[in-house]
Design a protein around this ligand. Structure first.
Ligand SMILES: C[S@@+](CC[C@H](N)C(=O)[O-])C[C@H]1O[C@@H](n2cnc3c(N)ncnc32)[C@H](O)[C@@H]1O
Length: 179
């Protein structure tokens, strides 16, 4: 379901970007279930995971950029010199609220206007799913964005499959018009 939702939104995003700028980043890959389905739609696809093992699960498409790093290192050490911007980003690494927010704020400058960021695990269905190894308190990052950054982005949270927040980088609905 997560991959399908990201693919669906990405189809729309594609209309707004030139093929050369239609890039994807996924922070937190695990066994590549989402990455392997979504990445082929894009020009470049960055896969970031602290676990070196995950490399073996990724399909080695021509467009793959693999980074065996902590997300903090990817944002601090790689992005400033990589000369890449993203149409779509999926943040699904460490689900503790401050880390999710750090990942979000760190990568936001590299997301194009009208681009999308997805946050996973932002709607635990019950108390058990607040477990640090399941959703943790990632939902607080969605709330922080809703209440503090709504002059920069739009956000909606789908309350299924542990929750998927969809964020559009736009400070108003129409970006092509001054109003
Ligand atoms: C929930 S899984 C990702 C699932 C994957 N996005 C999918 O849809 O199938 C989380 C992954 O994040 C990685 N991870 C956890 N903390 C991380 C961090 N600080 N930096 C990079 N990767 C991290 C873990 O190694 C794990 O593979």
């Amino acid at each position: 379901m997560i991959a399908k939702a990201i693919q669906f939104i990405s189809q729309f995003a594609r209309e707004h970007f030139s093929p050369d700028n239609f890039n994807y980043a996924e922070l937190g890959i695990d066994n590549g279930v989402t990455f392997n389905q979504v990445a082929p739609m894009f020009h470049h696809a960055c896969a970031v995971d602290i676990s070196a093992d995950d490399h073996k699960y990724i399909r080695h498409n021509h467009n793959l950029k693999w980074f065996n790093l902590h997300t903090d290192e990817f944002i601090r050490d790689i992005l400033p010199s990589e000369n890449i911007t993203f149409a779509v980003v999926f943040i699904d690494a460490w689900h503790e609220y401050t880390q999710v927010l750090k990942d979000f704020q760190g990568i936001l400058p590299y997301v194009m206007d009208n681009g999308f960021i997805f946050l996973h695990d932002t709607y635990p269905a019950n108390k058990d799913e607040l477990d640090p190894m399941i959703c943790n308190d990632a939902y607080k990052a969605a709330d922080y964005i809703r209440f503090n950054l709504n002059n920069r982005v739009e956000i909606v949270t789908l309350p299924s499959h542990h929750g998927l927040s969809i964020i559009r980088k736009a400070n108003r609905t129409l970006l092509w018009k001054k109003y």
